[in-house]
Write a protein that binds this ligand. Structure first.
Ligand SMILES: Nc1ncnc2c1ncn2[C@@H]1O[C@H](COP(=O)(O)OP(=O)(O)OP(=O)(O)O)[C@@H](O)[C@H]1O
Ligand SMILES: [Mg+2]
Length: 278
């Protein structure tokens, strides 16, 4: 396998992408408008084409697994959705409406929550403080601790998260529990879409199982979820659909029961797919 990105000489300006289709390629039309539809997303860093004409859809109550080798463009796509990076070209629709996600705060306002690979939590603060970091609830100018604590208990319960106490500092929690806190933090903003970038990459088997349960809970709560991972077993366990990125491009849409060899072939480039496999 190679970690080298695909590079090309300068390209002519891309034509505007077509509007979002009613369903992912190769699948029967879905009755619902996707929560998120990305169409023709391209993002270059100098000569590196991190994303080239990428299209992805996510529906309410659906977990889309986004897989691909190192440097396939997964985190770049997460950052575009999170408003941390601006695409060079492409169309983004939320609930059928074209939007520009100009910043992380716009993404938050639009109901998009992202947990990045590095989690970005504060080790010395407790669970509640981490959930409300930068969005503290106040009453008469003072912290409204009671309401924040009640809300923290409620979202941890919604996720079925196993956290000993909401007053525990993060540095006393396991890696799996920290991931649960990061996922619980997404629920504070009442999102409609949650993007999780490699949430299971550094976890034990038991911790991974817990995080997969949290992902299922997000789906049960009706959210659209993008679950980015290298681990096909984890993705198959919870994804309703699997999208493969290779060298910044779509390289196949699969059902969770797709043959392992087909998925690996799409990830490594042994095969090129256009539609739904498996
Ligand atoms: N800020 C940046 N500046 C320049 N190049 C970048 C930047 N961010 C990403 N890239 C490049 O874009 C390509 C895609 O990177 P990205 O992080 O999206 O891959 P990934 O699929 O998330 O990989 P991994 O599985 O290792 O996390 C890589 O070649 C990477 O070096
Ligand atoms: Mg990444």
């Amino acid at each position: 396998m190679t970690n080298r990105p695909l590079t090309h000489p300068a390209h002519p300006p891309a034509a505007l992408p077509p509007p979002c289709p009613p369903s992912p390629p190769g699948q029967p039309p879905l009755p619902r408008t996707p929560v998120l539809c990305l169409q023709g997303i391209t993002k270059r860093f100098g000569a590196v084409e991190a994303l080239l004409d990428v299209s992805v859809q996510v529906h309410e109550g659906e977990v889309v697994g986004l897989v691909g080798d190192n440097a396939a463009g997964k985190s770049t796509l997460a950052k575009v959705i999170a408003g941390a990076l601006q695409p060079d070209t492409g169309l983004i629709e939320l609930g059928g409406e074209p939007v520009q996600i100009g910043s992380p705060s716009s993404a938050h306002a639009l109901g998009i929550a992202t947990v990045f690979q590095d989690l970005a939590l504060c080790e010395n603060l407790d669970v509640t403080a981490n959930l409300f970091l930068g969005r503290e609830l106040k009453r008469s100018g003072l912290m409204h601790d009671g309401q924040m604590e009640a809300h923290t208990r409620s979202v941890l319960h919604d996720l079925r998260a196993n956290i000993p106490s909401i007053h525990t500092p993060l540095n006393q929690l396991s890696a799996g529990q920290r991931q649960a806190v990061a996922i619980a933090r997404t629920l504070i903003g009442r999102p409609r879409l949650v993007v999780l970038d490699e949430p299971t990459s550094s976890l034990s088997v038991a911790q991974t199982a817990e995080v997969l349960t949290h992902i299922e809970r997000l789906r049960d709560l009706g959210l659209g979820v993008i679950f980015i991972s290298h681990n096909l077993t984890d993705v198959r366990a919870v994804a309703d659909r699997i999208e493969v990125l290779r060298h910044g491009q779509n390289n196949g849409t699969f059902g969770p029961d797709a043959a392992q060899s087909d998925l690996i072939g799409a990830i490594t480039g042994a095969t090129r797919f256009g539609g739904l496999g498996g």
